[in-house]
Ligand binder design. Sequence first.
Ligand SMILES: *Cc1c(COP(=O)(O)O)cnc(C)c1O
Length: 364
Amino acid sequence: MDIKEQLLNLTPYQPGKTMEEVKRELGLDKIVKLASNENPYGCSPAVQEALIAQLSKSATYPDGYARDLREVLAVQTGVGEKELIFGNGSDEVIQIVCRALLKPGKNTVMPTPSFPQYKHNAIIEGAEVREIPLKDGYHQLDEMLNSIDENTAIVWLCSPNNPTGTYIKEELLLEFIKKVPSSTLVVVDEAYKEYVTSEDYPVTVNLLKDYPNLMITRTFSKAYGLASFRIGYGIANEKLIRLIEPAREPFNTNSLAQVAAKAAVGDQSFIKDCVSKNKEGLEQYYAFCDEMKLAYYPSEGNFILIDFQTDSDVLFQYLMKKGYIVRSGKALGYPTCLRITVGTKDQNAEIISYLKEYKMKQAI
Ligand SMILES: *Cc1c(COP(=O)(O)O)cnc(C)c1O
C-alpha cells in the first residue's frame, strides 16, 4: 500500500503503562500520576450530577454544534458564539487547524521544546516545520518573526509553555502579533490559562477584533479536570471559524463531554480554589529548589520543570518505585530535568522528601 510518505517517519503515540500495571509490577500500595498535568483535585462536583442526568440519553447522537456548552462558554470567555470551535480535546483543534491551512509548499513556525502536536500534525500535512529554540525557557519571538515568510501558514505560541511553564507577557505578545503578516495565522495555545496568576499575562481574546489572523486554543483537560472526556476549543473571528469548520468531524465532541464541560464552566469557584492551591504547591517546589540549589523555571502552569543535573530517566525510575509517576525530561528536550505536575500539598511534600533523599545519596 502507498502510505503517505510523511507518516513513515512518525511514531505512533506510545501509551505508558497503566497505573494498575505499574502498581502490580512494583508491588506498590498506591501510585500517584503527576505526569500529564491533570488536576489532582479532579473536577467540580457539579459535573457528576450533570453526567448522571445525561446517561439515559446515550442512544442519540450528540449535538454537533454543542449549543448548550457554546452558549455558556461564549458568555464566560466574552466572545461571540460563532467565534468558537470545539474539538475532541484541544489536540483535535490543533489537528483541524493544520488540516485546514497546511500543505506541501507551506511552512509553520513553532517554539521548541513545546507541545509536540504542532509538529506532528504539520508533518502529516506535508508542511515544512521551522522550530525556533526557546532561550532560557522563553519563546524567542524575534527569531520566530525572522523565520516567517510568504509561505508561513501558521505560527504557534504556547503560553504558558509546556514543558517550561513560562509565559509570554502582554506587551511582547502585542509587539509580536503586530509584526506578523496578515496571511499567517497566529495560534496561541492557552491550555494552562486558568492557572496563570501573573498580572501581565495578556487577555488574548481582546486582540481578536484587531487581528483576524489570531486564534486561541484552550482545553477542559487541565484546570477543569476533564481530561478523560476529551474536550477543548478554539476561539477566532467568525469568518475564520466558518472557513475551518468543514475540517471538523460533525460529531467530534460527545454528549457527556459537552455536558461535563458546561457544568464545569458553571463552577468557577472550584477553579479559583484549585488555582490558589496550585500556587501554594508551586511555592513548595520553589522552596525545595532554592534550598537544594536546583535550577527551575518559574511556572504559570500546574507543573514545574526542574533541572536535577542527572539522567532524568534514572530519577524517573527512582520516583516510580516510590509510587510517583512524573515526566522524564528526556523525551521533552530536557534530558536532565523532570516535569512534575503540581499535586496536593501532601503529594508535593512526599515527592520533595524522596527527591531530597536521592540528592543526599548522590552527594555521598
Ligand atoms: C495538554 C495540552 C494540550 C492538549 O490538551 P487536550 O487534552 O487535547 O485538550 C494542548 N496544549 C498544551 C500545551 C497542553 O499541555
